[in-house]
Design a binder for this molecule. Structure first.
Ligand code: PLP
Length: 618
């Protein structure tokens, strides 16, 4: 907590005058705070007492010189190690949050600039933080320094009456509710009746309601943040394999692109070239995340498109490659339905069986591979269970039979969560979607290895090397590149955190619900946890936990509108009783351990209630 504030100024009388009255003066006299002003001019070494000089860069005005400030700082801070603030319009905006942060520093020193500011070397050598009172310019730093010192001082315990700093404007996000004093009626104007009721609960509700109303009206910017925080604090979202909340940084990046880079990347003028430059940079970033080259990345509208295109586009462009298509029996519908389409159009589709962990049976793969096999498509991480397929091994087995067999992997649930390298996995094509990693909806990509031929699904203006026509979704692509770089740069850190979240659920559920059946294996991707409560229906569990703000899904959200039983769990050999009671809990690194603990306990409590009701009916 702050005990001492030293203000370094050319006008100490101005500052001292402000603190000789009222609350701060009382705090100083009670010994709660030591507040000193220091005259910088006293430290000049020249005869004229000059503290300023002309700037080397020319232009009007004078700049405060290094020497007197440096000597003043050194002399005042002798023995202490103050946190030194320079008040300037270039600093971080000062607000209540910043005041709460600064009051934690025991010794604060505030340097007030004047004229055209101070020699830059002062900032480099001494200043811990530059703080600004707002986007306007004053004649000197004294008024901001006084405002900052006043705001910090009143947060020191004992300076104000207990509790009065807590409810006022800006301490939370809401502005303070309206205040009235005696008399209860004046000039025909009455105070709200509730304030005379003596009902403290009702008065508190009124305070919150009026604070919300006036914040919404007077400071819509603060109200938006308040609403968002309120919503987040009541929402326990564990359906991140279905989709994720778009990252705020992504939204900002997209807005910037929408506002300033609205040219068409195909246009030959400057605006077009600027847009194209952004597109090229995004493609480079994305390519690097999977160890590919830029020319191997094709932007699409979603992974469903990427998966359709990989299979249909490859077979169309390579009619002599063969007629056999192998996919795992646990693929996402965007692959399995494409395969079904192909089988109606002359291709022989074979589903590769999986073991009870959901991993493709390698012996079955070997026997399914024939010289007529054109393509093998196996997803990297299963969206319902988190099972990780050994894509490298699958690719090696396929290529050993025929090096020309194309290998495709749907990496939607692994990208940005586990290492995904096109080369190390040995794949020819790979699909990804942005919205599973806090990126925007409506963007994905297909990696196509250099040398692999693929026919376009969309014909038109020739974008994406004439393989995927249509004006590029540049804001979406820019947002995707931003989050891809961040997510892929923090794989290990995020993975470690998500593993802990996953463990919290596993431990609470297994301890609380003896009959629960954890389907996801521990070696799988920690971002997905499939768990069944046999005898219950997953939809009922989903709806009852939703009432408590907990969001999970029934099987894969992409296919949940289908009434059929999950093909993935069926292929893994689970009986209908287990499949019908299986929910999917899926994580993001943005989930907290507290959220995980709360959500796991809510699930258990609701499941116990549902089991109880079931027993009662029997
Ligand atoms: N593949 C997998 C494994 C998925 O989980 C999903 C969506 O859930 C998709 C593909 C489809 O992705 P998109 O929504 O981008 O079409």
């Amino acid at each position: 907590m702050t005990k001492k504030i030293d203000i370094l100024t050319l006008f100490p009388n101005m500052v001292n005058a402000a603190f000789q009255e009222s609350i701060i003066a009382r705090a100083v006299s009670k010994g709660l705070l030591e507040l000193n002003c220091h005259q910088i001019r006293q430290y000049t070494t020249n005869k004229q007492g000059k503290v300023d000089d002309y700037p080397y860069s020319g232009g009007p005005g004078l700049v405060m010189a290094y020497q007197p400030i440096a000597d003043c700082i050194r002399s005042v801070s002798a023995g202490d190690k103050p946190y030194i603030i320079y008040v300037s319009p270039q600093g971080k905006p000062f607000n209540q949050k910043k005041a709460q942060e600064l009051v934690q520093k025991e010794n604060l020193m505030i340097l007030c600039g004047h004229y055209e500011g101070v020699d830059e070397r002062v900032l480099e050598e001494f200043i811990d933080e530059e703080v600004s009172l707002g986007d306007f310019v004053l004649t000197g730093g004294e008024i901001p320094a006084m405002a900052i010192a006043d705001c910090i001082a009143r947060l020191i315990p004992g300076v104000l009456a207990e509790g009065s700093a807590e409810k006022e404007s800006h301490s939370g996000l809401l502005l303070e509710y309206p205040q009235y004093t005696r008399p209860a009626e004046i000039e025909g104007k009455k105070i709200p009746e509730i304030l005379l009721s003596g009902k403290h609960d009702e008065i508190e509700k009124w305070q919150v309601k009026t604070a919300e109303e006036r914040t919404k009206r007077k400071r819509p910017d603060l109200y938006e943040i308040y609403e968002e925080q309120k919503l987040n604090s009541q929402t326990y979202y564990f359906d991140n394999s279905a989709t994720t909340r778009q990252d705020d940084g992504v939204t900002e990046e997209m807005c910037r692109t929408v506002k300033f880079l609205y040219g068409n990347p195909s246009s030959l003028h400057h605006m077009g070239l600027e847009a194209e430059r952004k597109l090229t940079s995004a493609r480079k970033i994305i390519a690097e995340t999977i160890g590919a080259s830029e020319k191997e990345i094709y932007f699409t509208a979603c992974a469903t498109e990427s998966n359709n295109w990989a299979l249909r586009g490859y077979l169309e462009a390579n009619p002599r490659a063969g007629k056999k298509v192998l996919i795992s029996s646990t693929e996402h519908p965007s692959v399995s339905e494409t395969a079904a389409f192909l089988s109606k159009n002359g291709y022989q589709v074979e589903l590769l069986t999986v073991d009870n962990k959901g991993i493709v049976d390698m012996d079955k793969l070997r026997s399914a591979l024939t010289p007529d096999t054109a393509i093998v498509s196996v997803m990297h991480v299963n969206s319902e269970t988190g099972t990780i397929q050994p894509i490298k091994e699958i690719s090696s087995i396929a290529k050993a039979v025929n090096p020309n067999i194309a290998v495709h992997s749907d990496c939607v649930q692994s990208y940005g969560k586990l290492p995904v390298s096109a080369k190390l996995m040995g794949v020819d094509m790979l699909s990804v979607s942005a919205h599973k990693i806090h990126g925007p909806r409506g963007v994905g990509f297909l990696y196509v290895k250099d040398g692999i031929r693929i026919a376009p699904l969309l014909c038109g203006g020739g974008q994406e090397k004439a393989l995927r026509s249509g004006t590029e979704n540049l804001p979406g692509i820019a947002g995707f590149a931003k989050i891809a770089k961040e997510a892929c740069g923090k794989l290990e850190e995020h993975n470690k955190h998500v593993k802990e979240l996953n463990k919290i659920f596993r431990e609470i559920i297994t301890e609380e619900i003896r009959s629960s059946n954890i389907i996801s294996n521990e070696e799988g991707c920690p971002y997905v946890l499939s768990v069944s409560f046999p005898g219950l229906r997953a939809e009922v569990i989903q709806h009852s936990v939703e009432q408590k703000g907990v969001y999970v899904s029934v099987g894969s959200a992409c296919s949940s509108h289908k009434k059929d039983r999950s093909p993935t769990l069926t292929a893994m050999g689970y009986n209908n009783n287990i499949i019908d009671g299986a929910i999917r809990i899926s994580f993001t690194y943005q989930n907290t351990k507290e959220q995980a603990d709360y959500a796991a306990r809510v699930i258990c409590a609701e499941v116990k209630k549902l089991y109880g009701r079931r027993k009662g009916r029997k």
